[in-house]
Design a protein around this ligand. Sequence first.
Ligand code: FE2
Length: 379
Amino acid sequence: MSTDTTSQKLTKVNLEAEDFLPILGTDFVELYVGNAKQAAYYYQTAWGYQPVAYAGLETGRKDSTSYVLQQGKIRLVLTSPMSDGGDINRHINEHGDGVKFVSLWVDDAAKSFEETVKRGAKPYVEPYTIEDDNGKAVISGIHTYGETIHLFIERKDYEGPFLPGYNAWTKSYKTEDVGLKYIDHIVGNVGWNEMNKWVDFYAEVMGFVQLLSFDDKDISTEYTALMSKVMSNGNGRIKFPINEPAKGKKKSQIEEYIDFYNGSGVQHIALATDNIIETVTELQKRGIEFLNIPETYYDTVLDRVGEIDEDLAPLKELGILIDSDDEGYLLQIFTKPILDRPTMFFEIIQRKGAQSFGKGNFKALFEAIEREQTLRGTL
Ligand code: FE2
């Protein structure tokens, strides 16, 4: 009897422990960019995002301009500074265009801040309330790897297009979406021997659990190597793989990222689709460049992953990769870096049961990346 009570208590404690940071989903990803107006056109025209909201001179904001775009549940914010000096300029100067905020949608931004700071998070901004005619929102934030920030966004009392201070961005120019649905995962690159520090951060400070791990032997090629661990929140809606470089014969692509980004940061954002063939066909038509995959990859891929629903021919033509795990398979493809600095890129992913991240594709992927590094003279 008393044992039962004890175990019930323990279960309750464990549930509470897992629950200290309930996250409803990714709220938005904000990039600091050199020219938000042109970046917004790129995401609209090439990627099929829809205009949602705007803040700038016309809305009373003087120091920066932001455009908010959306496709499915994916919300992007693009922000540029309006004059010299200041933190946004410094950030762009140091890192190039890049992700500043990985913002998480929560029910209680004050509690999210309190619970994570209590567990060791470095505060970025204490909870504050912003209001306009459409209601109010509460925002707080903590630091994660590099200069990346997790904002906590509480918007249950807000009904405007995005957040207080933003106007609806009405634009007659519209593009067809390309079938992107939601953010599947966001990957961070961190420096040498820093992976476990950030794995511990997500476990201890944010209550995440590790999904699976693989060591550098699994994902090294002749030249490059990395180590990666995947952290997930309680309900599995947030998945953050963390990469660190590992020693290879030549420079790891993670090290190349760290060199050009001047530190740790977001390496790629994986966007989910229900039909990767249609999505990638459309993206290629609009000029998005993907990594070239050696044709020989397709000679043996089905021996490795088993039967799939799709014909192999269009996958091969588009360069879509296939991997499988105990629960099913997945289809994925990686863009080339979307900037001149070889830093950030996007992944398109369609899951057919598999809950993993394409470990079996890393070798094929890295060999493709190394061919690109050779062209840049950085391998
Ligand atoms: Fe990925």
